[in-house]
Design a protein around this ligand. Structure first.
Ligand SMILES: C[S@@+](CC[C@H](N)C(=O)[O-])C[C@H]1O[C@@H](n2cnc3c(N)ncnc32)[C@H](O)[C@@H]1O
Length: 294
């Protein structure tokens, strides 16, 4: 299977998909969430985005769906260009799909030997091999600390820098072998790879731009549902929904009213249920947040 969609029922429920409405799936992937939206959509419309060409092979034959190969940070431009009406709902299921992880040639997985690529969009931008050359040792070290929660971040960055050029996943693992704490190989490597992936695809920058523009793409009363898999992503979503900006700084008017364009639908994130946690390991770190545009 390309990708087992996480919290499918919960997403449809909180998006409150209505027949005749207009929706956006910012992260099409295997199209699992898009298909479920289409099933509830009647004669409505769905615009979906994915910057990975592989995802586009999953496009269902459906006239109600417009699928765009682009970064979702530019979604507002595509809506304007295609004269798409204001939206009733936006869904974003962040990160990468099981297909991307399981495809050795993409270089996302610690389990397979492959080129050190990690780009979601292989048509442009620096891959992970180039990124570790271009970023300074201090920048890499800080990212491993902040995004990977890696305690020996300085040693790790130094080992990477001294082994350049590194062009394959196996060569990266070899270069950092001495940094891996005993009995923590899988966890440690997963954090190293995830940090590099987040940097390569500027995932936090893209999410922040989407969150900044989201309210302006929605109708009043329109909803946004976001599923994140990393604490830094979740913080951005939480802060935007609470206060209308990434820093979580509350802006108030003269009368002390919060100027955030969002009304939270609930305050604690929704997590996957026991059955899904058992069935789909990817769902373990998922956090779902939802808000309504005021
Ligand atoms: C977790 S998967 C989505 C799975 C999908 N919900 C499903 O049911 O199959 C995330 C997808 O979003 C895409 N993606 C991630 N960040 C993106 C961005 N900034 N712009 C466009 N697509 C993005 C990835 O390429 C990947 O295919």
């Amino acid at each position: 299977m390309y990708h087992d969609p996480v919290m499918l029922q919960e997403c449809i429920h909180w998006l409150d998909v209505k027949a005749g409405g207009c929706y956006m799936d910012a992260t099409f992937g295997g199209g699992g969430h898009s298909r479920a939206i289409l099933n509830h959509l009647g004669d409505g419309r769905l615009i979906a985005f994915d910057r990975d060409t592989d995802a586009h092979a999953n496009r269902p034959e459906d006239d109600r769906l417009t699928l765009v190969k682009a970064d979702f940070r530019y979604a507002d431009r595509y809506l304007r260009l295609s004269r798409f009406p204001a939206l009733d709902g936006i869904l974003a299921d962040l990160g990468i799909s099981s297909h991307q992880i399981d495809e050795a040639s993409r270089g996302f997985s610690t389990r397979f030997e492959g080129p050190l690529d990690m780009r979601m969009d292989r048509e442009g931008g620096a891959d992970a091999s180039r990124l570790i050359e271009e970023r300074s040792e201090a920048e890499l070290s800080l990212a491993f600390y902040e995004l990977g929660d890696i305690a020996n971040n300085r040693k790790l960055a130094a080992h990477i820098k001294s082994a350049l050029p590194i062009t394959s996943t196996a060569a990266l693992v070899e270069a950092i072998r001495q940094c891996i704490p005993p009995r923590e190989e899988n966890k440690y490597l997963a954090r190293v790879f995830q940090t590099l992936r987040i940097l390569v695809n500027d995932e936090l920058g893209a999410l922040n731009e989407l969150m900044e523009k989201a309210a302006s793409m929605l109708k009043p009363g329109g909803r946004m549902v976001v599923m994140s898999y990393h604490s830094a992503e979740d913080r951005i979503v939480k802060n935007h929904f609470r206060s209308g900006n990434a820093a979580g700084k509350e802006n108030k008017d003269f009368f002390g009213n919060n100027l955030s364009p969002w009304k939270l639908l609930f305050s604690k994130p929704v997590l996957s249920g026991a059955e899904e946690l058992e069935r789909n390991p990817r769902s373990r770190s998922a956090k779902l947040r939802a808000a309504e545009r005021l």
